[in-house]
Design a protein around this ligand. Structure first.
Ligand SMILES: NC(=O)c1ccc[n+]([C@@H]2O[C@H](COP(=O)([O-])OP(=O)(O)OC[C@H]3O[C@@H](n4cnc5c(N)ncnc54)[C@H](O)[C@@H]3O)[C@@H](O)[C@H]2O)c1
Length: 250
């Protein structure tokens, strides 16, 4: 019987070697994908690549806000895997402050990294995928693409824009069989969220808004990532799939 979730041998670029990127990369590698790991943090890419199961993975320094850097990262992924079947973009920053106090540089950085960067890496990958006749692009959005948490002006604005960017890229590239989707998690313990979750007030607010009564885990995201990168997801495009224990329902 054909395994519709089979990704063995697929060449996948994982941009973002933080908590979520590294976790999903491990699962993709366990299932036989050939990965290129890219991040601005050079120590992280080497560490994550060296811990991956299987052979033939590569690591690459990436500044996602620089189009030349995105182009050379995509080129390295193609050189490493012989083609580019998928991109998982788990790069992002979280800046939290009330709208009255938010430094505008934090708002600008959030838009640059979370939105402009998502466009730059997607369009460099999209060019390759259009030429080769198809591919998959998956970006990490957030429940903040749709819910309005206080103090989230920078992050929520960027994630809402990312969700709409996903829809536009999907409609532009559908005829080339390039599917573009996003995963929208509720809060997941990672280096991004951990500093905030130690604040009891922040933690209580977050937990009281998740109907299933717990945070997401990186493992909770594996199934959706696999769906969107495997044959099973071939006809899904333009979607943000929330993996959130009901956070976007309340
Ligand atoms: N952790 C959560 O609670 C949560 C929830 C919903 C969505 N997300 C999203 O998931 C994605 C991954 O988050 P995470 O929790 O793994 O965060 P993380 O901080 O652990 O990882 C983010 C990575 O992005 C990298 N990065 C930052 N700027 C970069 C740049 N200019 N170029 C290249 N790399 C850069 C960092 O070095 C880091 O390794 C983000 O888009 C985040 O917004 C996270």
């Amino acid at each position: 019987m054909t395994d519709i979730f089979d990704i063995e041998g697929r060449s996948i670029l994982v941009a973002g070697a933080g908590g979520i990127g590294a976790g999903i990369a491990g699962e993709l590698a366990r299932r036989g994908a050939k990965l290129t790991i890219a991040d601005v943090d050079e120590a992280a890419i080497d560490r994550v690549r060296d811990e991956l199961p299987g052979d033939g993975h590569s690591a690459c320094t990436l500044n996602i806000t620089d189009e030349d850097s995105c182009a050379s990262t995509v080129a390295q992924a193609v050189a490493n895997g012989g083609r580019l079947d998928g991109v998982l973009n788990a790069v992002g920053i979280l800046r939290i402050a009330s709208a009255l106090e938010l430094p505008i540089k934090d708002f600008t950085a959030s838009m640059n990294i979370n939105v402009t960067g998502a466009l730059l890496i997607a369009r460099q990958a999209g060019k390759v995928m259009i030429d080769q006749g198809g591919g998959r692009i998956v970006t990490l959005a957030s429940v903040s693409s749709t819910v309005a948490n206080p103090n989230y002006a920078a992050y929520a604005s960027s994630k809402a824009a990312l969700t709409q960017l996903t829809r536009v890229l999907a409609v532009e590239w559908a005829k080339h069989q390039v599917a573009v989707n996003a995963i929208g998690p509720a809060v997941v313990p990672t280096p991004m969220s951990n500093p905030f979750m130690t604040d009891p007030e922040y933690r209580a607010y977050q937990m009281s808004h998740i109907p299933m009564g717990r945070m997401a885990t990186v493992e909770d995201l594996f199934g959706t990532a696999l769906l969107l990168l495997s044959p099973a997801g071939a006809f899904i495009t333009g979607q943000t799939i929330y993996v959130d224990g009901g956070r976007t329902l309340v």
